[in-house]
Design a protein around this ligand. Structure first.
Ligand code: SAM
Length: 221
C-alpha cells in the first residue's frame, strides 16, 4: 500500500482528530481497558509516563503523577483540555524516542505505539525507559494473517512497523536491563485484533535517587 498517496495522507489527517481516533478505538478495541487493568493489577506504582499517550485514554490508569508524551499537537491539545482540572496530569508534545526524562517513574506505558516505531527508534526509547522507569508495560498488535478485514486494517494502519509477538519480544530483549516479568495475549471482542501484553522490570531503576529534574517539553537526548 502506498502510504505517501494523497488519499492515505487525508486518512492519516482524519485519524489525527481526537474524536475520530476515540470513535475508532471504541468500535474496534473493546475490552482493552479490562485486559490492561487485569494485567497490571498487582504491579505497584504511583507514577506513570505514558509514551505515545494519544488522546489520553490511559490516563485512567494513573495512580498519582501522570505524564503523557505524544508527537501529535492535536492529541496533546485535546489531552490538555480534557484534563485541565487535574493537576496530577501533564502532557508533553515531544518525540518520545529522543526524550531525556530525568525524573523517575514507577511505570512506563507503551500502548499500541510499538508498531509506530522503527527498530532504531525502539532501541533509543528502551535506553531511557530502562534508566528512568521501574516497570515497563507494552501492548501491541498481534497480527492475524488469515483475517481478511484485519489485514485491510493493518495495511491502512498509521504504524509502519507491525511485528509478530516474537519479533516484539526479541527487539525489547536487546535492552539487557529490562527483564521480562510476564507476557499474555487476548482477542479483542471485535475479533479484528489480537494484542500481546508484556511487563518488564528494569534492573537499572534507582527510584527517587534517579534525580530531581523533570520531563521537559522539547527535551532531546
Ligand atoms: C495508535 S496510537 C495509540 C495512542 C494511545 N497509546 C492509546 O492506546 O490510545 C499511537 C500514538 O503514538 C504516537 N506516536 C507515534 N510515534 C511517536 C513518537 N516517536 N513519540 C511520541 N508519540 C508517538 C502517535 O501520535 C499516536 O498518538
Amino acid at each position: 500500500m502506498d502510504k505517501s498517496a494523497a488519499w492515505y495522507r487525508r486518512l492519516d489527517r482524519l485519524f489525527d482528530r481526537a474524536w475520530v481516533f476515540n470513535a475508532y478505538q471504541t468500535l474496534a478495541d473493546g475490552g482493552k481497558t479490562r485486559q490492561i487493568r487485569r494485567f497490571l493489577a498487582d504491579v505497584p506504582y504511583a507514577s506513570v509516563v505514558d509514551v505515545g499517550c494519544g488522546t489520553g485514554n490511559w490516563a485512567s490508569l494513573a495512580r498519582g503523577r501522570y505524564v503523557g508524551v505524544d508527537t501529535s499537537p492535536s492529541f496533546i491539545a485535546a489531552c490538555r483540555e480534557r484534563f485541565a482540572d487535574d493537576p496530577d496530569k501533564s502532557f508533553v508534545q515531544a518525540d518520545a524516542t529522543t526524550l531525556t526524562p530525568t525524573q523517575p517513574f514507577d511505570l512506563a506505558l507503551l500502548i499500541s505505539v510499538l508498531h509506530h516505531l522503527s527498530d532504531d527508534d525502539v532501541r533509543q526509547l528502551l535506553r531511557w525507559v530502562a534508566e528512568h522507569a521501574h516497570y515497563f508495560f507494552v501492548l501491541d498488535l498481534y497480527p492475524i494473517p488469515w483475517h481478511p478485514i484485519a489485514r485491510v486494517l493493518y495495511a491502512l494502519d498509521r504504524g509502519h512497523y507491525i511485528r509478530s509477538p516474537e519479533a516484539q519480544r526479541a527487539l525489547i530483549a536487546e535492552e539487557p536491563r529490562l527483564q521480562m516479568v510476564k507476557q499474555s495475549s487476548y482477542f479483542a471482542p471485535s475479533s479484528l485484533y489480537r494484542h500481546t501484553l508484556f511487563l518488564y522490570e528494569s534492573t537499572a531503576w534507582r527510584g527517587a535517587e534517579a534525580g530531581e529534574q523533570h520531563v521537559e517539553e522539547g527535551s532531546r537526548a
